[in-house]
Write a protein that binds this ligand. Sequence first.
Ligand code: FNR
Length: 378
Amino acid sequence: NEIYLQGLGDKLPPFTTDPTRLEGLARETFDPGPFGYVVGGAGSGATVAANREAFDRWRIVPRMLTDATTRDLGATVLGQSMPAPVLLAPVGVQSIVHPDGELATARAAAALGITMVLSTASSHTIEEVAEANGDGPRWYQLYWPNDNDVTISILHRAKAAGFSALVVTLDTWTLAWRPNDLDQAYLPFIRGIGNAVPFSDPAFRALLAKSPEEDPTAAILQWIPMFTGTDKRWDQLPFLREHWDGPIVLKGIQHVDDARRASDAGMDGIVVSNHGGRQVDGAVAALDMLPEIAAAVGDRLDVLFDSGIRTGADVVKALALGAKAVLLGRPYVYGLGLGGEDGVRHVVRSVLADLDLTLGLSGNRTLADLSPDTLRRT
Ligand code: FNR
């Protein structure tokens, strides 16, 4: 209503309410390096495209004369009540698109009561982002370091700073072949690391020959291989349990057997995700794996989903196919670059409003009304 009423009062939105136009606007506005980093995928971009095409193969079948005049978008994920089934995906080095970076994202998320997932590759420290997020709900995403002291230090800091759940990203134990970034010599990425873990974490600093202030390049070069977690295997998950008092979610699950292993290992949740098509070029669309995975483990842990969510209808489809909630990636990062905190808020509110209307107009009052029957595969 607020968005409609603003229009009646002759007030234009800060920028488009059409999520599919955000990428084009960002292309016109951002510097090419940061834009290439955000928009880019692995290799030829086949999986970035596949993620979107998969949504198009499913269509919503609206129902009439149901009581959906007022909707409830409320969801419960990991035992946490959420006003809507949407979280902000962990996205690294956000200061390359806006100087306020993750601080702006944290403020926007808190204003909307939406859970933010902070990346290990954040360009602001864990503590600064927590302060900006205030009483807002927040989870921490871990790139699991090869060094246990550094892992423990980061986990303690995140816990002390009020991050309630841990999201462990498994699909990025090395960076994929990403032509956009290679063509820019990864400069935007490296510049964006700024104040992140390599500079702020005492356990990591202790490993360096020279302080990051004296030799920032050496610190970053040591950080990148350490934070990829090349030595990690399934039998090491108990280490995280030992050092993290709270729910743990594995991000980057694409095979049903891996989903079962996560469940057998006592994990609280998974994110069915292919990292927005940024890791394995030619990988299957994340949405195509969701129904099978949700059917196999959905009653044992919370299944979340990301990779390709752009509109309210996309959220409806992912939930109907078995996700409890979705993570929004690139769209809010475009909002950040286009308008800082207000830009993030505008994008997220637009997606939520679109979700609310699409849910209602298709005859559903709550998320529990959604099921595979809501959709038709075309
Ligand atoms: C990401 N993603 C990501 N994931 C993660 O676990 N840690 C990270 O630091 C990052 N960094 C990152 C940077 C940028 C620029 C993008 C676009 C993505 C992946 C992210 O969490 C999510 O899986 C995808 O963005 C979802 O796909 P869509 O919504 O962007 O299509």
